[in-house]
Design a protein around this ligand. Structure first.
Ligand code: FAD
Length: 464
């Protein structure tokens, strides 16, 4: 028995094998996608292994290599594309016990991969007055390693870009899956070999991240009768170099009214809203821009009562994929897309074609110095075929789609192989034991990514 032999080599490292608990810990937020839900609902590992130290991670990976057991690394399991689902069964590698902060400097922090992002800031803020430059809206749950391996950007990307920009991750320490697992420290451009690689080519055990000056961000929600006016305002304040902002997200009506349950009383029928996090010194100039663009303040945390501050979630928990989560809680038929609109004209065009079938949600970000409209529009889902049509409408109108209804790196990304990640997998995971089925180039190098067909991992068919 492969799993039994694997377990026998783990010593006293905690192992969970209760089928219900293992299945629960084998899941992430793949169910945001009706397409992935249909394909992956049955997926489960056989055991969850929870090492407490980096040495124990090595022991697990050596045993996995020896007994040819698939290993899927897992942080908090908040990924949205089934990245952390163990398609070939085997073992889930729970990394949340590796949560030590190793070193804090005024401009950077080094910590183990399992630390929750909010907990990291809770240590750097008092120590050096610094905080992570940006974080996913799952800040209060997600792990550092999971963010690097599975995320892309988030709250703060309006100022600092995304994880794939050089300088966003300073270094990463990984452990390889070989007969004698090695530690490797990746710096500079090399960090991109494992960033957003879904843990397919090394288990991240430590990372060093740059810090920005910490700030007591003010949450502001503003309203507009016209969504495009909300977008023009959002573009204008994002482009102002003088304004220190951490978040600007225009959401078309009826998103605020229908799905932001606890903020609903602040929003009038038919109002589109913009979610903002501003430094205290930026609030007044933001409000001047707001008046100029014809918007109104609906809520601001610096004027809120104690009771409101207790009752309302932070504004970033309405943004990014929390917008989708809030919509899904009210209407389970909703799903979403990840898009990029090169200009406001592109947003306008898509809104005019798709209307309320695609309630629009934009995240303002900065890419290579330019203000960009990163879209996370909701989709009133009817069928997979219609979803594909909506994607095609975007592409035909010059708007990129990063398909969140695919579990592979290539199909969810730019529809091409990341050669550096593939080459690194040959070194760090020569037997292909890490998170099988997520890198098409490894399993099926001849697959035509532009064929229009979705790729099916053969191991997945075998477990169905
Ligand atoms: P997991 O989901 O556990 O893992 C993510 C991937 O990384 C998996 O492939 C896993 O195998 C791999 N992995 C995990 N740990 C390691 C490790 N130590 N070494 C190697 N591989 C590893 N994402 C964003 O980028 N920005 C957002 O704003 C954002 N908002 C979200 C909002 C909601 C409501 C939800 C549900 C998701 C959101 N996400 C967002 C996606 C996700 O929350 C983040 O990417 C998060 O950082 C993932 O961290 P995690 O610890 O949950 O990782």
């Amino acid at each position: 028995m492969t799993i039994a032999a694997f377990r026998a080599d783990l010593g006293d490292i905690p192992v969970e094998d209760h089928p219900r608990i293992v299945q629960q810990r084998s899941r992430d937020h793949y169910w945001y996608s009706p397409v992935l839900k249909a394909k992956l609902d049955h997926v489960t590992a056989e055991v969850v292994v929870s090492p407490r130290t980096q040495e124990e991670v090595k022991t697990v990976l050596a045993a996995a290599y020896r007994h040819k057991v698939a290993v899927t690394p897992r942080g908090a399991g908040t990924g949205n594309y089934g990245q952390a689902l163990p398609l070939a069964g085997g073992a889930m590698l729970n990394l949340m016990n590796l949560d030590r902060v190793i070193d804090i400097k005024p401009d950077r922090v080094r910590a183990e991969a399992g630390i929750v992002l909010e907990k990291l800031d809770q240590q750097t803020r008092p120590a050096v007055g610094g905080e992570l430059r940006f974080h996913p809206s799952t800040y209060r749950m997600a792990s550092l390693g999971g963010f690097i391996a599975g995320g892309s950007g988030g709250v703060g990307s309006i100022r600092w870009g995304g994880l794939r920009n050089l300088g966003s991750i300073l270094s990463v320490k990984i452990i390889t899956c070989e007969e004698s697992p090695r530690e490797m420290e990746l710096t500079g451009e090399d960090v991109l070999k494992v960033a957003h690689a879904y843990g397919t080519n090394g288990v991240i055990v430590e990372a060093e991240m740059p810090l920005a000056p910490a700030c007591d961000w003010v949450d502001i929600m503003v309203g507009f009768d016209d969504f495009l006016a909300a977008c023009r305002f959002s573009e204008a304040i994002t482009a102002q170099d003088s304004l220190l902002l951490k978040e600007v997200a225009p959401c078309a009506a009826p998103i605020g009214q229908d799905y932001f349950n606890r903020h609903k009383p602040y929003i009038r029928d038919g109002q589109s809203v913009v979610l903002i996090m501003a430094a205290p010194v930026a609030v007044e100039p933001v409000l001047i821009h707001l008046a100029y663009h014809g918007g109104e303040v609906l809520y601001r945390s610096d004027k809120a009562s104690e009771e409101e501050l207790r009752r309302l979630p932070p504004i970033y928990e309405l943004a990014w994929n929390h917008t989708t989560l809030r919509a899904l809680k009210v209407d389970p038929s909703i799903t979403y897309l990840q898009t990029r609109y090169p200009t406001l004209k592109h947003v306008e065009k898509i809104v005019s074609i798709l209307g309320d079938e695609l309630p629009m949600h934009i995240e303002m970000t900065r890419q290579d110095g330019a203000v960009t409209f990163a879209g996370l529009p909701l989709v009133r889902y009817t069928s997979e075929a219609r979803l594909e049509e909506i994607i095609a409408i975007h592409e035909d109108n010059g708007c990129a789609v990063f398909n969140p209804h695919r579990y592979t790196l290539e199909e969810g990304g730019m529809k091409r192989t990341d050669a550096a990640q593939l080459a690194f997998k040959r070194q760090a995971d020569p037997a292909g034991m890490l998170n099988p089925g997520k890198m098409i180039a490894w399993d099926d190098p001849g697959f035509d990514l532009n064929s229009g067909r979705a790729w099916l991992f053969q191991g997945l068919a075998a477990t169905a």
